[in-house]
Design a protein around this ligand. Sequence first.
Ligand code: UDP
Length: 565
Amino acid sequence: RQAFFRSDLSLLLERVGSGKESLSFMRRRMRRLAAQWAAAARRLDERLRGHHREQKRILVHVGFLTEESGDVFSPKVLKGGPLGEMVQWADILTTLHVLGHNLKISLSVKELQGSLGVPPGRGSCPLIGPLPFDLIYTDYHGLQQMKQHMGLSFRQCHIRVIDTFGTEPAYNNEEYATVNGYRTNWGYWNLNCKQYMTMFPHTPDNSFMGFVTEELNQTERLMIQRDKVNNMAVVYGKEASMWKGKEKLLSILHRYMDIHGTVYYEAQRPPEVPAFVRNHGLLPQQELQQLLRKAKLFLGFGFPYEGPAPLEAIANGCVFLQPKFSPPRSSLNHEFFRGKPTSREVSSQHPYTEQYIGKPHVITVDFNNSQEFETAVQDILKDKVEPFIPSEYTCEGMLERVNAYIQHQDFCRRSSPFPTANDSRSWSGNPPSPFLQLPNSTALIWAPNITAPACWPPLSALRLFLSPEDSSCVKTCQDAGLICEPAFFPFINNIEAFNGLNAQCESLEAEKNHVFPAVHVDRRECFQQKEPLLFSCAGVSAKHQRLCPCRDYIHGQVALCRDCL
Ligand code: UDP
């Protein structure tokens, strides 16, 4: 069945229901952004005319909001607790609804069982009959509940896990994680890592889901130009604890600007917030937007990490000033990230804005250096900055991306890669190499005269590189102005790829290691990947040069290549 865009959200609002502060927050957000979603749907519909879009049966089980997982979030909605997850789930639900799919929402284990046709009962009860959904969006809590209550008896290829910070392949493969010290409380589900969907495009090993930022119309843009107060700053931090130990920075900033805060408080002003700060208390999202429209500077104190608020500030014409982390923080050296299934290095409070947006909208400096901080504030006062939203964080961008995932990502079908180690040995004669050198480059491309196996993204986008030692494929592709594409790994895990890249292999073996396929730098031993779940863009080794499958991406829509739509 064909899916048709929907511009009316009333059915969705009804399904989301209320009764909990978290749900009311999501409904308010959906209502406020309704016109923006409808306009985006019209534009995308126009652009996709002629494409068939299959309507899918989708179950959304929001695990972290279920009573069974303890629902620690709902009671904190009005008290400065994390709202980023709520923002993202509201936008995911709206995206799926607007794209015209057949949506079912579950917010308790009982509803989950009901939706899957499992009789509620004691212990784990397997699903009887075929899965009544094409796709299930959930989170790590939901995954755990499915395992506990129905033994995950259906094929897991239908599942998508909303996973804020991301999960890297080394942590996802149970056996490998256990043997090699990558075992955490969260990872080891043996999914295809693209089934994990993140809040920002952290590692291309996962799919980037994202959320949306409120857009401005022409009148609002003009109003911003007129009403901006050049010496007004808003501090990023809903909770008083985020302000702890920041007196010095605040007093420097106060020499230049009036400082506003939106810190939650009960009876008295929190002692962490100095008297010269105008604290508005926690604001409804809409009022926060108004405040950001007037302000010139949005100041991050280092926590929370990677939330939506900096994008909202930049969208409203603020400059985001944030601390650089040196050394970078990660699960290996920092309490907050410990136990998260990723080794990703976080270089500042908000690496996405640092790397993908940058100056003049984002200034990242060492906050331990007061002089550097003060100079940044002075520069910000002088600069004139326009509101900005990366296209991937607009409604149209999110609809386009999620639509592409829904129509093209298929983790149930096993891809049949071009010659694997075993195939090529059993071939008689020399199989033709599927790779060609790209003119004026060290990269290889898929040879146009050899039929490319079915793959999404299409293999025409492949650019194959040999990484320098001690460099991940994330970095290697980035340095070439491209992005690593893990879906291509199965097609480059072969002797033809090593030969094409002139790796000069003395030997070739297949092993389980999350940096393979790779060449050992001293011994010229070449290694293929034996476990497809371990193909990893993020993996890095000082002793190896890795084979890196890269692809192009659309500017402002990093999840998609030019030929991906
Ligand atoms: N927010 C709000 N009122 C405030 C401060 C923040 O509604 O006074 C909203 C803000 O619009 C953003 C959301 O809280 O969309 C999440 O903000 P943050 O970046 O702090 O991320 P979190 O740590 O909450 O996930």
